[in-house]
Design a protein around this ligand. Sequence first.
Ligand code: KE4
Length: 429
Amino acid sequence: MITNASEALFARATELIPGGVNSPVRAFRGVGGTPRFMERGAGSRVWDADGNAYIDYIQSWGPLVMGHAHPKVVEAIATQAALGTSFGTPTKAENTLAELVIDMVPSIEMIRFVNSGTEATMSALRLARAVTGREKILKFSGCYHGHADMLLVAAGSGVATLGLPDSPGVTASTAAATLTVEYNDIDAVLAVFAEHGSEIAAVIVEPIAANMGFVLPTNGFLHKLQDICRANGAMFILDEVMTGFRASLGGAQEAMGLDPDITCLGKVIGGGLPVGAYAGKRDIMLNVAPAGKMYQAGTLSGNPLAMAAGLATLSLLREDGVFARIAAQTEKLANGINAVCTAAGVPVQTASMGTMFGCYFLKSADGVIDSYAAAREHANPAYFGEVFHGMLERGVYLAPSQFEAGFVSAAHSDDDIETTLSALDDTIS
Ligand code: KE4
């Protein structure tokens, strides 16, 4: 495969931009080799600067659930652009997208749009601290909630891949207010609340831990967590930046029957443009300025272009049968990966929910991954790197890290799934 253009562009990029990328996980540090510089996407495919085509399972890390450059999303953006890209004033589109999200996500009564998932989680935690008057927060090892200082403590995603358990620059005092235990370890949660219960403002959790790979909650973990929060007066915050409109149409909370105080959203609600949101019960959200005293602001929050892209995407996604069809393709892919690897004697742990999936290549067949510690112990990132490049050479683009999830879009055809599974079989055999 020719990669001259990507190599030249990457060499130049590393002179201009730290690590040559504007987000660490894109740098292929977890798998080695040269990142591909993409130039064009359409449906399930992307084309790099050398003209190589790939079936894309990153989908911009989740947003493009309708596929790349969907005509109706592009049209919505272009139409709005011709009317103006941003006014710094309220616009009707913000009401319309707010109504749509409130209608689709069970626990949400009021919403504030921001520009990224990081802004969403950072603001949600400030809100929880403002409402409860407490300081401490509890998160889970390997969960990633964006790069706000208080959350870069035993974080997942790029931090996990880069092996930076605590980022330089995060002060000791900031980290000290963030408590961390293993995902799925409800006894550890109970112990933390026994010691700090009256000081904990919030628990923030990914309903599917998809920044350490793909770990589902076990043994009623999330419902018990929700009950412990209620019993101790702490806010239960679901970070659905990734699982929102992906785990199910109403997010993981709809699929799992959860009722969080605050939900963080991002990715899909921007349809590929920068949007995040934090949202929840009306009495909580009315504490946000200017309705309340908790301050949060943003020049481009709720901007018309992003609202147009998000509205078009969600409207398409909720049309009859669309989500179910993508979910069926996703399950077929995950089951197919499992079957191909099992037939080849390659130990894997695969799972999917809605339109997102995960695949761990294991060091041994008896490894079970249900937490970050287990992921670090049982996953085989070195072998994952070999498979990643084998698939890349065969025109299939997976997330360039064992500790990330994959995404399927409405544009992924039966032929795409078959081609992917055939490429995998060829790669590992
Ligand atoms: P952003 O600030 O990147 O928009 O969102 C942060 C975030 C918050 N919460 C969850 C559950 C997330 O998955 C993310 C971001 N996800 C990563 C991929 N695992 C974004 C990719 C990247 O960092 O480049």
